[in-house]
Design a protein around this ligand. Sequence first.
Ligand code: KG4
Ligand code: ZN
Length: 334
Amino acid sequence: MTADRILGIETSCDETAASIVNRGTDVMSSVVASQIEIHARYGGVVPEVASRAHVETIMPVIAQSIVEAGVQDAQIEAVASTYGPGLVGALLIGVSAAKAMSLVWDVPFVAVNHLEAHLYAAFLEEPDLEMPLVILLVSGGHTMLIVMEDHLRYRVLGSTLDDAAGEAFDKVARYMDLGYPGGPVIDRLSVDGDPQAIRFPRAMASDGWDFSFSGVKTAVVNHVRKNPGVEVHDVAASFQEAVVDVLIRKARKAAQEVGAKGLCLAGGVAANSRLRERLLDVCVADGYRAFLPSRSMCTDNAAMVAAAAWWRLQADGPSPLDIGANPSLRLPVV
Ligand code: KG4
Ligand code: ZN
């Protein structure tokens, strides 16, 4: 089944987002209402607060996405929403809104996997990406090394055994009182720091495909405790370098082993300047095509949800309306 003009909805964590995308690539509107300011005072996302904010924001955000796209309700051919993984109370708001709109407009409902949506962010801007692709999916909740063999066909080579990469950025920033979310702050501070100033551990760097980031986080905490006067920019840059180093080494090795055509970044941490720079360097050195989605498409948004829905709808048809939110949903693998 096909439906070209799809309304996507995203509420899995702390962004309320809606977007209208035509044929999985043409972004007609993308509205993101971030709750960062609401959660910043707690130093992290408070699930109950997130759900309440989604309830308040969801309808205005959807309305804005329709106005900005310049379409009439009757021109929307399907409604999609992230149904997992994420915070169950937050997911339910988007899923319920999408089901209601699909009933009212009598169009298909598509339940979208948030991880698959992050992968499809790349295709929004580069529809003709050649596969196999090695994708580093790095966000606040996930760190996965994925081989995309074809559309909707994935193999997960490795994932994190403890903290996700973004989680490590957030925890280090919280410990150092730098603010929330930690990734963008550490990225900014690192510009004026020396990445070689402190040699933080690169756990499992040449050991299989999995990742572990809780050790480097503890190493930063111990270093700062023992050296209270340490230059914060150097700590930020050295920590960032340690995380990026491991991510890049494994992605490079994976690309070599699977004969990838390209290397691609996805997820919130893909907005990281140093990670983007290092990935480009590897691609230039080894001759892969590099694909770095724009920063606004790396962090949570609904255009990626509508893009993934376009592909899923063709492959699997509409989702049943009795499908619920699934907070621990996994990426469907071949
Ligand atoms: O994909 P995302 O918006 O939400 C999840 O699905 O988790 O990712 C959010 C994560 C946070 O941990 C945030 O600190 C991190 O992405 N992040 C960054 C940067 N921008 C966002 N990490 C490193 N450098 C950045 N520039
Ligand atoms: Zn995400």
